[in-house]
Design a protein around this ligand. Structure first.
Ligand SMILES: [Zn+2]
Length: 171
C-alpha cells in the first residue's frame, strides 16, 4: 500500500450472519400460510411445529448467527410444547432482544424467498414492515422461483435465505 495514503477511519465491530430455512407445504388445507408475519389469503400453509413462518425463521437464524448466539433450534426447541403453534414474529422479537443484550445492534437483514406459489409481490411491503418492526432495522425481501428444479421447483415447499449485519458498541 502506498505510504502517502491516509489511514482508514476506525470501524465499529461488524458481524454478518447467514440464515436458511425450508418448510414443506402442509397436508392440512385449513392451515394458514404465514410468511414474514403476514397471513396470506392463499393456502395451504407450511408444515412445522410453530406457525412455520420460514421467512421469520431464516431472519432469526441470521441475526443469532451474526451475534454468535447459536441458532433458532437452541433458543426455541421444537421439542418444547411452549412453542407449538408459536407466532414466529414473537420468537424473532425475543431473539432480537438476546442479540441486543449481547451488545449487538441489527443494522439490516436481506432475504431471498424461494417459492413457486403464491406470488410474493403483493405482500412484500407488509412482510418487510412487520419484519423491520420486529428487528428494529430495515428488512428487505426478494422473491425467487426455482425454475421447476427440485422439490422447491415442484412447489412442494418454501425456502428462505437471509443475511444479517450487526454492529457492536465495544471496540
Ligand atoms: Zn422453520
Amino acid at each position: 500500500m502506498p505510504a502517502d495514503l491516509p489511514p482508514l477511519p476506525p470501524l465499529p465491530p461488524i458481524r454478518v450472519g447467514q440464515g436458511f430455512d425450508v418448510h414443506p407445504f402442509s397436508d392440512d388445507p385449513a392451515r394458514p400460510l404465514v410468511l414474514g408475519g403476514v397471513t396470506f389469503p392463499e393456502g395451504p400453509g407450511l408444515a412445522g411445529h410453530s406457525d412455520a413462518d420460514v421467512v421469520a425463521h431464516a431472519v432469526t437464524d441470521a441475526l443469532l448467527g451474526a451475534a454468535g448466539l447459536g441458532d433458532i433450534g437452541q433458543h426455541f426447541p421444537d421439542t418444547d410444547p411452549a412453542w407449538a403453534g408459536a407466532d414466529s414474529i414473537e420468537l424473532l422479537c425475543r431473539a432480537v432482544a438476546d442479540v441486543r443484550a449481547a451488545g449487538w445492534q441489527p443494522q439490516n437483514v436481506d432475504c431471498t424467498v424461494v417459492l413457486e406459489t403464491p406470488k410474493l409481490a403483493p405482500h412484500r411491503d407488509a412482510m418487510s414492515g412487520r419484519l423491520s418492526a420486529a428487528v428494529g432495522a430495515p428488512v428487505t425481501i426478494k422473491g425467487k422461483r426455482a425454475e421447476g428444479l427440485g422439490a422447491l421447483g415442484r412447489g412442494e415447499g418454501i425456502a428462505c435465505f437471509a443475511v444479517a449485519l450487526v454492529t457492536g458498541s465495544t471496540p
